[in-house]
Write a new protein. Sequence first.
Length: 425
Amino acid sequence: MFKELMNKFSPISAKMSLGAIILIVILGVYNLPGSTIILRNQKQHKLAQTVDTSTLNKLVNANNKFGFQLFSEIQKSKSNENVFISPISIAIALSMTYNGAAGKTQEAMAKTLNFQGMSLEEINQANQDLGILLNSLNPEIKLNIANSIWTRKGISFYPSFIQVNQDFYQSQVREIDFDDPESLKIINNWVKDKTEGKIDQIIQKLEPEDVMVLLNAIYFQGNWEEQFSEYSTKDMPFYLANGTQKQHPIMFQSSRHLYYENQYFQAVSLPYKKGLVSMYIFLPREQVSLEGFYQVLNQKNWENWMKQFESYEVNLGLPTLKNEYEVTLNNMLKSLGMQIAFQGGRADFSGMSREKLFISEVKHKTFVEVNETGTEAAATTSVRITLESEVITVDMLVNRPFFFAIRDNNSGTILFMGEITNPEN
């Protein structure tokens, strides 16, 4: 089967391609052996059943829309590199900060984050509810979301601001001496711990005017519901956007998956254990290219596409991935309407402190690794039951630049999104 599949996907020529406040958002995504099973307590499940779904849906839609808008801005300024971000991670960090914004600064942040029509109380409650749901959906997927606030010793912040972040975002709050070199180690060690060692440093220096660092870290580890066989992985050409090609390991699998295609792309949904979280791979048609695909990638189309996926037998070839990405989001957020929040003398964060504060930097750092294997999944018996009907088989070889996203299928939250233009970067 795989030999025939790889022969069918033999290399051919292709023209296609494929003081200041610091906010740090970090994440690690890992899809390798050793997944930890997290036991959820009954209290979490009970809370998950009492969620206000109407308000939660508003927040999820706002976060996803913000994610697509931010991703579009990143595309305008990126160099020839892979991009990988977590919209939910960035949105959480900005939501924490939003609690201290006032006046025109609050209005600007609400517009950027698509919070119009939602009260601050609704935003905070929905963020708390979303955190509960994401932490109680699937005991066989490890998804850790952690928040922290680090304040400069000697600078006073309103207890109400600190309390709301502790109550609704479960933020750890700590006052430290920013002038002590050990403080950098303390903060970076927190990052390393929360990302299971995948990101060990995010801050290189604390400036004298820095008075607060807000951190959000997300760590994800999942195992494929249907694993790839390592014996089927072969080095094959991956066609880059500039017309050149590189040999890269391609994983192969023939299995039944949710699949959708149109004139712009082929797309497949690869579920992690239990199917509540999936990776969606979007491969633009050769005549469309990745840039052409981005012309139709938006919140409205995304929601429509999610309704179109149907079960097919898919002969899939997917490259292995290992990528680190780092970006400062200041300019992108300014372009989305948040300029005032970065302007000393104009920014209004009077909900945090009596001090005149502004955002000096929003930094995002990510790590992602994907390969063939699950953990116990390799030793588990899998029984698939399908309708008795004609089997429709489709071929999808991801051997040129593509877009992908990891989505919580229950709430619709896009946890991560990115593009791979060169799997070896």
